[in-house]
Design a protein around this ligand. Structure first.
Ligand code: NDP
Length: 244
């Protein structure tokens, strides 16, 4: 119970990696609030799973790509939790196309959720975030290596790592530690392990398999916990060796 008495907010906690992070932080003792875009049933299922295991959880609808909605969700979560110790920016979207097929709309949507949503959300959370707190951003190995037809998404994730490096310096005086977890291919609705795309990328993963959501959640729990007290401004790749 390394996170006993801590209060954690996980954006996009209704499904996939975010749901696994919310469950893991709760299992480690934190009270958890999640936000979600529109899938209330999945959000309720995450909350129910945490509560049935004896934990405390809340869910709020908040579109990370809409600044006022994102601010509203953060405020509601901070009020329900009674402050924030751990902020995990996990909500993200991917719209893959080669550059000739990219559009202004696909560019704007991905940057709105994956980058501006984090900037808006962190500014909204800061008045509620305790000194000594943690901010963990979910980037991607796409932020530092290229895959075909994913350039805009990759650019958003490169920006995510840059946000963490800058915030680590801005917030060091308050001992708020800021790091980026960069997953490789993880089996979720966004990137199913049985897809044609998966067949193309498996060969580039030395461990020869997709990752599991729990393998990302474990790394987030480490960065949120007491053993990570001297780690800030870094990126942690969890990718079966893909970037080795
Ligand atoms: P999923 O598509 O499986 O789940 C996305 C989650 O984010 C859902 O809870 C969804 O809510 C929420 N969400 C999506 N858009 C918004 C929004 N505008 N506002 C608020 N919440 C939103 O994705 P993954 O779990 O696979 O991905 C999670 C993160 O990990 C993302 O940042 C992604 O880029 C990153 N990542 C994923 C990898 C992978 O291979 N899966 C690899 C590298 C990085 P709802 O249920 O309501 O739709």
């Amino acid at each position: 119970m390394s996170l006993q008495d801590k209060k954690a907010l996980v954006t996009g906690g209704s499904r996939g990696i975010g749901a696994a992070i919310a469950k893991r932080l709760a299992a480690d003792g934190a009270a958890v609030a999640i936000t979600y875009a529109g899938n209330k049933a999945a959000a309720d299922a995450t909350v129910a799973a945490i509560e049935s295991a004896g934990g405390t959880a809340f869910a709020f609808q908040a579109n990370a790509g809409d600044p006022s909605s994102q601010r509203g969700g953060i405020e509601q979560a901070a009020a329900a939790l009674g402050g924030i110790d751990i902020l995990v920016h996990n909500a993200g979207v991917a719209e893959f196309s080669p550059v000739a097929d990219d559009t202004d709309e696909t560019y704007d949507r991905q940057f709105a959720v994956n980058v501006k949503g984090l900037h808006v959300g962190t500014r909204a959370a800061l008045p509620h975030l305790r000194d000594g707190g943690r901010i963990i951003l979910i980037g991607s190995i796409s932020g530092e290596m290229a895959f075909p037809a994913t350039t805009v998404y990759s650019a958003t994730k490169a920006a995510v790592a840059a946000l963490a490096r800058g915030w680590a310096k801005d917030l060091a005086a308050r001992n708020i530690l800021v790091n980026t977890v960069q997953p490789g291919p993880i089996d979720t609705d966004m990137n199913p392990a049985d897809s044609e795309f998966a067949g193309q990328v498996l060969g580039a993963i030395p461990l020869g398999r997709y990752g599991k959501v729990e393998e990302i959640a474990g790394a987030v729990a480490f960065l949120a916990g007491p053993d990570a007290s001297y780690i800030t401004g870094t990126t942690l790749n969890i990718d079966g060796g893909a970037t080795a």
